[in-house]
Design a protein around this ligand. Structure first.
Ligand SMILES: NC(=O)CC[C@H](N)C(=O)O
Length: 332
């Protein structure tokens, strides 16, 4: 089913003052993209235009605000970890999943290996870091790599209304250089947290990272999570509330790894970053007397491929902070 959307033109008239200010912010924060760099450890990602910055915000009535390079297609990278975690929780008992991956933040970078050895028996700390995400990918329903990826694509299609495309070039680029992820996967295999073969788990994980989206797609997923799994435009419960809440709590506590505390403090929104420059944020409905935009919540998708040391879009995070402060979006 196609998602109903308010046309951009119609919408611009409706939300003009907010739209103008959004355009101004995008132009302003675009100049900060030079403070970051496109990821180079996945060689193909370095080809992205570092000056890009775009955003899409979708409200529950279908109101959409788009600005800048909102329509650039990029790979999900770590944003896929939220979707794979949801897919796995939909298929298995939540307790089965949580026996294999914990819900604790690490304070370490996304690809860190250190805690797997320091904390016996080596259970990955959370599904947002690579170690936990590789375990989660191995738990996706299906036996073959194709079936496992299919379950993820089906879930995305249910949420976004279209199937994601796959970027073979990005996958190959990472597959050939995934030394750290291979090390993590071998370690997980040795400690019993990988129930399938190392190479297969890696292939599933790296292929899910190579699925393509734009800011509108991730804004829509953010909106569904904001409404506890309910698709407010299609008026359909897509995910159980319990799973949506688990995903949001993980985004808040672990979504930007060792920057999650500061993100929660200064932005105050469950969010997930990816090294290709995407940020998916979710804004639950607020209770306020004043007139504020998106009072009934929204999903926010941002793209800005110049990232910081934590793997987060530099200008994207600044833009999100501006929005959260000016429009009082924090959940706290
Ligand atoms: N933080 C990220 O987006 C990392 C994803 C990337 N595919 C990796 O495993 O390194």
């Amino acid at each position: 089913m196609e998602v109903t959307r308010i046309e951009d033109k119609e919408h611009r008239q409706k939300e003009d003052p907010y739209m103008n200010v959004l355009d101004e912010w995008v132009t302003h924060y675009r100049s900060f993209t030079s403070e970051g760099r496109c990821a180079s450890y996945i060689p193909v990602l370095e080809k992205a235009d570092p000056s890009h910055l775009g955003i899409c915000i979708i409200g529950p009535d279908g109101t959409m605000m788009k600005s800048g390079n909102w329509d650039v297609v990029f790979t999900l990278q770590s944003i896929s970890k939220v979707i794979s975690f949801i897919a796995v929780c939909l298929h298995h008992d939540i307790s089965y999943v949580l026996d294999r991956v914990d819900l604790e933040p690490t304070g370490d970078p996304f690809n860190s290996i250190v805690r797997l050895e320091m904390h016996k028996p080596g259970k990955p700390f959370n599904p947002m870091i690579n170690a936990g995400a590789i375990t989660v990918s191995s738990l996706l329903p299906g036996v073959s790599t194709k079936e496992k990826l299919e379950s993820l694509c089906e879930l995305m299609e249910k949420m976004v209304g279209k199937r994601p495309t796959f970027n073979e070039e990005v996958f190959q680029s990472e597959w050939q250089t995934a030394y750290r992820n291979r090390a993590l996967a071998y370690y997980l295999k040795e400690t019993g947290y990988l129930e399938i073969e190392v190479e297969q788990a890696l292939e599933v994980y790296l292929k899910q990272c190579s699925l393509e989206v734009n800011t509108e797609d991730i804004a829509l997923i953010g909106l569904i999570l904001a409404h506890d799994g309910y698709h407010p435009i299609r008026k359909e419960q897509i995910l159980p509330k319990k799973i949506a809440r688990l995903a949001k709590s993980l985004m808040l506590t672990c979504g930007v790894y060792n920057a999650s505390g500061k993100f929660a403090a200064f932005i105050g929104l469950p969010a997930k970053s990816g090294v290709s420059g995407g940020i998916m944020a979710t804004v639950p409905p607020r209770v306020r007397m004043e007139e504020l935009p998106f009072i009934n919540g929204c999903g926010i998708g941002i793209y800005g491929p110049a990232i910081d040391e934590f793997g987060t879009s530099v200008a994207g995070a600044m833009l999100l902070k501006q929005l959260a402060n000016s429009w009082d979006l924090s959940i706290f």
